[in-house]
Structures are given as C-alpha cells and as structure tokens.
Design a protein around this ligand. Structure first.
Ligand code: ADP
Length: 500
C-alpha cells in the first residue's frame, strides 16, 4: 500500500469536522438532552475525526414531536405540491453546489475514494432529489366506477386520494451515507411526509451537513429532523416510538428483524432494505473482455460494502480458469490506500469492527477448505484495510457462500448445467440482486425470470438510477426504493365515495 499526494481538504470541511456537531430538531441545531457526544473515526487512520451529539430516547421524543407538529399544523401541510417539488429541487441544487465538500466528507467519514464519491455518491444523491422533486406534483388517485348491488339505482362518485403516511422514521447505514439519506428523504418529502432521520453512528457527518442545506433551502421547521446516535438507543427508540407512523430501514437483516419487532407496538408501516449475497452467473458464450472487469467491479465496488455486491461468482466450467485468473489479475491491480489519495481505487473498510468481521469470514472460509487465489489478509498496518480477495474451492454450504460478508471477498464456483446453477443461485436466504453475462439474449431474459431477486442485471452490474426500483425478495427486504414504487412506501390510499 503506497500513499501518493493527498488532495487538499476543503476549508469548509476542515471547519465542519473541528466543531462538535449538533442535531437538527424542529429547525434548530441542538445538543443532546444528556449533553453526550460520540466520536466518529477516519477509517484510513483509525483516528478520531469529529465529535457528534449523541441522540437517545429523549432526543428522539423531541424530534418526533417536532415532526408531528410540522405534519399536523405547520406550513408544510398547506404548501402546494409544486412548492414542495421546488424545495426538493432546490436542495438538489445546493448539494450539487457543494459537491466537492460532500465527496470529501464521505471519504473522511466512510473511507471511500474521493474520486468515486465525486462521480457516484454525490451526483446520484442530486439526481435522486431531482427525480423525486418531479413526483411531488404527480402523486394522484383514481376515479373508480362502482356498482354496489345492494343499492339498486343509486349513483355514486368514488375516487381515491393518495395522502402522506405521516411522521416517518428513517434509519440508514454507513456504506453510502449521503446517498442512503437521499433515497429515504426524497420520496418521503415528495409525498408530503415529515421525517426523523437517523444516520449510522459510523458515518453521521454528511447527513448533518445535508441538514444545514435543508435549512438553507427553506424547508419549514420540523419537516426534516436529524438525530445522530447509536442503533441500540436512538435507532431502537425511533423504531418503537408510538408517535411514528412508518419506519424505513436499511441495514443488516438481523437488525431489520429487530426493527420490525419494535414497530409492531403501534403497527407502523415498515419498509426494509436488508442484506444480500448476490449471484453473478457467467455463461461460456459471454464476452470475457466485458465480464472480467464487470465481475471484479461487481464485488470490489465500494470495497464490497454493497448489499447487492456480486459475492457469488458462478462461471461455466469451460471458461472458469480464464475468468478467475482475469478477476484475480484485476484484484491485484486495484490500488488500495487512503480515500483522499486521488490515485486510490479502494479505501479502507468503514470500521475496525467491519475489518474484523471480514477477516473472521476469511478465516472461516480457509478453515472449511477455501483457497485464496489473490488476497485473503488485512492490508497495511494502520486503518481498516482488507486485500481484494478471490476465493476458490468453496462449496454451496460453506459460511462464506451462504452469509453476507460485506467486504471485498468473492467466491468463484464452476458450473456445468444451467438448471443447477439457477437452483444454486436461488439457494440463499437473500434475494436482493443477481446478474447474468451471455451473448444469447433470449437465454439471458429467460434466466432473469428464474432468478429470485429484486434486481437482475444482464451484461452489467451495479447499475443504479433514480427511476429504477431497488429492493429485495426473500429476507432482503420489504418494499422498493427509487422509481415511482418508492412513493407507495410513503403514501396511504383513501377511498372517498359520495352518493349523488
Ligand atoms: P451494520 O451491521 O452493517 O453496521 P446495522 O444493520 O447494524 O448495519 O446498522 C444499520 C443502521 O441501523 C444504523 O443506523 C444503526 O445505528 C441502526 N441500528 C442498529 N441497531 C438497531 C436497532 N436495534 N434498532 C434500530 N436501529 C438500529
């Protein structure tokens, strides 16, 4: 691991991380009721990066109350949909104007390469807000002809209204901190909800900077409240809060089940975007010049810290060696280093805990007989780096093949029969994404129908767009984010029926 020149840190980023950051409640920046703060770390060095107010139950109570007031009686409710759309668009413009600042904050807090945050995380967040700004004026009901057999001769006018679900709690993860905030906030705001957002404790900074821009854009007080804090305290309090109408969660399947249980108390609406173990199928007629970098990107993008990461690479037997060698050569070439170095292609994992978790999976894999063609260890002395790793000699029942590693580790497996590989691909508790690489386009579409996953990519991977729904089958979640499907998560349908 070598370190070239790091980029110059933006002056605004420097001053943002030097002051303890407060939480946004009812349009005011306030300290935690307890006065406590917690540290967020720079994963490239393991050093403390900033101090952040530690939200707990009492802070959650205050934030939910502010969101309730804003929903019931604030100007938000009376705003036209066009005004709402304009505000969301304005927020997108502001994020874009601060693109470099956001990219640097993401890199410092999460570890990802700044060159990636500049072209992926931040522009995708901008795009999402713009896409959802357009929806604010297009959320419609229907007029419905009804017959009502027991009132012969009567005439009715029946129609539906699509109304905001109310106060929404949104709990987000650390892998794409700003983008996950955008995925959550965009549709909720377009629908007219009010929100309490809890960023992950590992990466609260970009959401807090976003909060400043939310105030600058002119959203009414209390429409968006941001409460940083730990999952077991702030997160759990939000999921259980009786004043919350809906909870939207992205994170591990394990915690998703806790959120669901906590939400049962007042039967909140629940949407969940959870884990994955995505199969990536390579057929022997595929264009290997596209497949090899594509399969490497499928697992190594964002250091494998993507819930949809292509972590099970099934390759037709005749081309297995060539593909594995190719992906391993790509892995070897990846420049691992601090995200602020503009030549870095892969940064550290987000935390010490995550590094230990991934190394633990590697050990478990080796103990069960897996071999690393490349990688297999931590990288560097300081920081939370792990080598990009390609494992072979893995079998379907091994832990590394069944469980989500959430790191730069792919298991490559040869296959002979299409039916068998489809069965193997579906033999997992998750169903978030899958991919198939082939030149036979009919076969590709047939396989796409067979794969039990919320997203199927053909001859590509990790293609995201604000207009394309994303979410999981099976234990990968409930509901779809992005696209117009996301609006269903944040609206209730009211049937109105008038006798004429
Ligand atoms: P990971 O294991 O990858 O860190 P988690 O699922 O633990 O992912 O975290 C995702 C989000 O869920 C974070 O914002 C975290 O604080 C929050 N969280 C963790 N535990 C709970 C919980 N018991 N209730 C509600 N939210 C939680």
């Amino acid at each position: 691991m070598s370190v070239a020149a790091a980029i110059q840190i933006d002056q605004r980023v420097k001053s943002f991380v030097t002051k303890p950051r407060k939480m946004l409640v009812g349009g005011e920046w306030v300290e935690a009721a307890s006065g406590k703060t917690f540290a967020t770390f720079n994963p490239a060095s393991g050093e403390v990066l900033a101090q952040v107010a530690e939200g707990e139950k009492e802070d959650v109570d205050r934030a939910v109350k502010a969101a309730r007031n804003a929903f019931e009686s604030g100007p938000w409710r009376r705003m036209t949909t066009s005004e709402r759309g304009r505000l969301i668009w304005k927020l997108a413009d502001l994020i874009e104007a601060h693109l470099e600042e956001f990219a640097q904050l993401e890199t410092l807090d999460n570890g990802k390469p700044v060159v990636i945050a500049r072209v992926a995380d931040v522009p995708l967040a901008v795009d999402l807000f713009r896409y959802m700004a357009g929806w604010a004026t297009k959320i419609e009901g229907n007029t419905i002809p009804i017959s009502v057999p027991y009132t012969p001769g009567a005439q009715y006018l029946a129609y539906t209204l699509r109304e905001p679900v109310g106060v929404v709690a949104q709990i987000i993860p650390w892998n794409f901190p700003l983008l996950m905030a955008a995925w959550k906030l965009g549709p909720a705001l377009a629908a007219g909800c009010t929100v309490v957002l809890k960023p992950a404790e590992q990466t609260p900074l970009s959401a807090l900077r976003l909060g400043e821009l939310i105030c600058e854009a002119g959203f009414p007080q209390g429409v968006i409240n941001i409460v940083p804090g730990y999952g077991e305290s702030a997160g759990a309090a939000l999921a259980a809060h009786p004043g919350v109408d809906k909870v939207a969660f992205t994170g591990s399947t394990e915690v998703g089940k806790l959120v669901l249980a906590a939400a049962a108390g007042n039967l909140k609406k629940v949407s969940l975007e959870l884990g994955g173990k995505s199969p990536n199928l390579v057929l022997k007629d595929a264009d290997l010049e596209v497949v090899i970098p594509g399969a490497a990107n499928a697992i190594f993008f964002n250091h494998g810290q993507c819930c949809c990461a292509g972590s099970r690479l099934y390759v037709e037997k005749e081309i297995f060696d060539e593909v594995v060698e190719g992906v391993a050569a790509q892995a070897k070439k990846i420049k691992v280093g601090p995200g602020l170095d503009p030549t870095t292609e892969m940064g550290p994992l987000v935390s010490n805990e995550q590094q230990q978790r991934v190394l633990g999976y590697l050990e478990a894999g080796f103990a069960e007989g897996a071999k690393a063609v490349v990688g297999g260890h931590r990288a560097g002395e300081a920081g939370y780096f792990v080598e990009p790793t390609v494992l072979v000699d893995t079998s379907q029942n091994m832990k590394v093949m069944q469980e989500e590693i959430f790191g730069p580790v792919v298991c490559a497996v040869p296959f002979q029969e299409l039916d068998e590989v489809i069965q193997a691909a579906n033999d997992n508790i998750y169903g978030l994404a899958a991919a198939v690489w082939t030149r036979d386009i009919s076969k590709a579409h047939r396989i796409a129908r067979e794969l039990r996953a919320g997203s199927v990519w053909i001859n590509c991977f990790n293609i995201f767009d604000a207009a394309l729904p994303f979410g999981g089958y099976k234990q990968s979640g409930w509901g779809r984010e992005m696209g117009h499907d996301a609006l269903e998560l944040y609206t209730e349908v009211k049937a109105v029926c008038a006798r004429l």
